[in-house]
Ligand binder design. Structure first.
Ligand SMILES: O=C(O)CCC(=O)C(=O)O
Ligand SMILES: [Fe+2]
Length: 385
């Protein structure tokens, strides 16, 4: 722990102190909300602007009315050629520019791997609360583990009604970045007494990362830069898999996850058949992103919007669980390496569209966003912020 704290960034001094305080007195600091204590939020609450500095010019002109399905067979299959890959990349580019969301079909991830991850998620959330709290996120220095209902608030006007288990890139405790206090790296924490859970969940994580790497290559082709431009910028990715459970609510639907855009480069989402995911278009309309069997939903995150100077859209979305039963989902958020400097890419600026964002160290930006939205990373009441 001492080594972990030696080289910390001054900017986050306060948070490190807070994390240390949490580690010393974790049970006292845990905030738990029962499934019914989460406030019912009127629909309008989830349509107000989220507190996100990345919003800038992002919503301009994207009046989409549906989310396209893109078949990856011609890009990833055995028959793929340079021409067929470029054609798929162009379709992806169009979806990223006009919607910021698309589905991928024929993605090559085995059904068994996906089914095993779903089963693992259900087994985990069925554990008693005390058991899940043993691996609460506040007990680790590096943003992994369990987060209870109401502890993450993506829209400041309505607490999320969901519980989450977070898994990151598995790195040893002597990883130099982890030793230097970079919270996106280091070892994961795993629940006890769930045989096979770790293997099934991490196998899924690795498959999601493999598919993300392919998507980054297609993004590069779509942008018109070297296909391998991103390869060495995602070889130690700030990538997290969230297993999420949204409880069932009778009567009026509640905000499952408030209106937000994702922070990383891309998100690869598996959702069960309950529905409730919605993406907001430029007119402010919420467009359903319903489950489609055999596909994943892909959406662009803020970091890619920055990289492409908003050419790719990081579209605001939310979940309202209207199904009256519980809902499960598994988003995989793929960011680039912590130390990557994200700077406006070629073909993404012009005289009329000069770079909107200063060059940014990807990890500093991402950690800043996590600090703003996670209860366990908030300063205690009355502290300077
Ligand atoms: O559960 C879902 O369908 C979406 C989750 C999501 O948007 C997120 O975790 O950022
Ligand atoms: Fe999201």
């Amino acid at each position: 722990m001492a080594i972990f704290l030696t080289c910390r960034d001054k900017k986050y001094e306060f948070y490190y102190q807070h994390i240390v305080a949490n580690l010393k007195a974790a049970p006292r600091h845990l905030r738990h909300f029962s499934e019914d204590s989460v406030m019912k939020a009127p629909d309008s609450a989830a349509t107000r602007r989220p507190r996100n500095p990345d919003r800038l010019a992002r919503d301009k002109g994207r009046a989409f009315s549906h989310v396209p399905v893109i078949d990856l067979a011609a890009a990833l299959g055995a028959e793929a050629t340079a021409e067929s890959r470029q054609a798929v990349a162009d379709e992806i580019g169009k979806a990223c520019e006009q919607v910021g969301f698309f589905y991928v079909a024929n993605h090559g991830i085995a059904d068994d791997t996906i089914a095993a991850a779903w089963a693992a998620s259900r087994r985990f959330f069925a554990l008693p609360l005390e058991h899940k709290q043993e691996i609460h996120i506040s007990k680790l220095p590096n943003h992994r583990g369990y987060l209870g209902i109401g502890e993450e608030t993506l829209d400041p006007y309505a607490a999320d009604s969901k519980e989450v288990f977070k898994v990151g890139l598995e790195l040893p405790a002597d990883d130099p970045d982890f030793q230097n206090g970079i919270i996106m790296y280091g070892p994961n924490t795993w629940p006890r007494d769930l045989p096979g859970f770790r293997q099934d969940v991490y196998a899924y994580y690795q498959q999601m990362f493999g598919l993300s790497r392919e998507l980054f290559r297609l993004f590069a082709l779509a942008i018109g830069i070297d296909e391998h431009f991103f390869d060495d910028k995602i070889d130690k990715p700030m990538a997290q898999l969230n297993l999420i459970r949204y409880p069932a609510h009778e009567g009026e639907p509640r905000v499952g996850i408030g209106a937000h855009s994702d922070y990383e480069c891309l998100t690869l989402l598996a959702q069960d058949d309950a529905g409730g995911l919605e993406a907001r278009n430029a007119k402010g309309e919420w467009i359903a992103v319903p489950p489609i069997a055999g596909t994943f939903v892909v959406n662009i995150g803020d970091m890619m919007a920055r990289w492409t100077n908003n050419r790719f859209a990081s579209t605001v979305h939310r979940v309202f669980n209207r199904s009256q039963r519980e809902r499960y989902s598994m988003p995989f958020f793929c960011g680039c390496n912590y130390h990557t400097v994200v700077s406006c890419l070629p073909n993404c600026s012009s005289d009329s569209e000069p770079p909107h964002y200063p060059d940014t160290v990807a990890g500093e930006h991402l950690v800043g966003r996590l600090d703003a939205t996670n209860a366990h990373r908030q300063p205690p009441q009355g502290s300077p912020r």
